[in-house]
Structure formats: C-alpha cells, structure tokens
Design a protein around this ligand. Structure first.
Ligand SMILES: Cc1cc2nc3c(=O)[nH]c(=O)nc-3n(C[C@H](O)[C@H](O)[C@H](O)COP(=O)(O)O)c2cc1C
Length: 146
C-alpha cells in the first residue's frame, strides 16, 4: 500500500513535527507540503493522510482547496491536525471534500500545538510545549495502527 501525507504547517511547524516523526518511522511514506507542490499528483497513492494546523476552526484553506482539486476519488484517507484550543469541530470543511470524493475515513489523530496567534502572542502563547514528545509518539502509534 503506497502512502503519502499532504500537509500544511506554517504557524510553528507543530503539525510537521507529527508527520516528520511518522515518515521517520516508516521510510516508505511520502510527505508533500501543499504550499511547495500545489499541483502534486496523488493518483499513485491508495492511502492519503491530510495534515494541517487549525486556522479559524478549520483545516488551512490552502489544504482544503488542495484536496478539493487534487485528492483522487475512492482513496483511504486519515487526518492529522494540531490546534491551540482544546476542542472544536475542526474537521467539518475537509471532511465534506473527502466525502465528496467518495474516500473512506480511516481515522484521525490530533493534539494541541503551540499557538501565538493574535492576542495569545501577547501573553506568550497558549498550548506551550505542544506537541510534546508523548504526543508525537502518539501520532506514530496512530499511524502504525491504521
Ligand atoms: C491565523 C491563525 C488562526 C488560528 N485559529 C485557530 C482556531 O480557530 N482554533 C484553534 O484551536 N487554534 C487556532 N490556531 C492555532 C493553531 O491551530 C496551532 O498553533 C497549530 O498547532 C498550528 O499548526 P502548525 O504550526 O502546524 O501550522 C490558529 C493559528 C493561527 C496562526
């Protein structure tokens, strides 16, 4: 099974820490930064991870647009995301694209990610120290158990 993870991780590289650890544990995984490869061809992959920091309660607009344009139909998809707030319905937008493409959802892994957006920056940020080593290891475990 060929696996790739497409990702958007621009705030502090929090989400990238998770996908880098997964790629470190499984050298066959292809990582694709959607900002560097907006036209990437995913047709060769049957399992596709979609990874993003959360921006305005959603996966980054760039990765949602990427998935809308480039996610092939009928694939196995999993989600990885990091967020500053403890809870939220963050999957809504990306999930509607995945459903539209008739892809199967294999699961999701998410954790806190250091957040200095707007007023949080003035107080030194929230979710400091996240993702922790334990959370990063949790992402690898999640991937291995998919
Ligand atoms: C412009 C902006 C908007 C954000 N909006 C939210 C939000 O709505 N909810 C939330 O929990 N975190 C929000 N965050 C925090 C990020 O989701 C969090 O820091 C995440 O770990 C960033 O991932 P990245 O470093 O991989 O880009 C926001 C951050 C930025 C910069």
């Amino acid at each position: 099974m060929k696996t790739c993870i497409v990702y958007y991780s621009k705030h502090h590289g929090n989400t990238k820490k998770l996908v880098d650890a997964i790629a470190g544990a499984d050298g066959s995984v292809t990582l694709i930064d959607v900002t560097e490869h907006p036209d990437a061809d995913l047709s060769a992959f049957d399992r596709i991870g979609i990874a993003s920091g959360i921006y305005f309660s959603s996966f980054a607009a760039q990765i949602v647009a990427f998935a809308d344009a480039r996610l092939p139909e009928n694939r196995n998809v999993f989600y990885i995301y990091t967020h500053g707030a403890p809870v939220g319905g963050f999957l809504k937008g990306i999930r509607s694209v995945v459903k539209k493409k008739h892809c199967r959802e294999l699961g999701k892994y998410h954790c806190l990610g250091f957040d200095t957006f707007g007023p949080f920056g003035k107080i030194g940020g929230i979710a400091k120290g996240h993702p922790t080593e334990k959370e990063i290891a949790g992402a690898v475990r999640f991937y291995k158990e998919l």
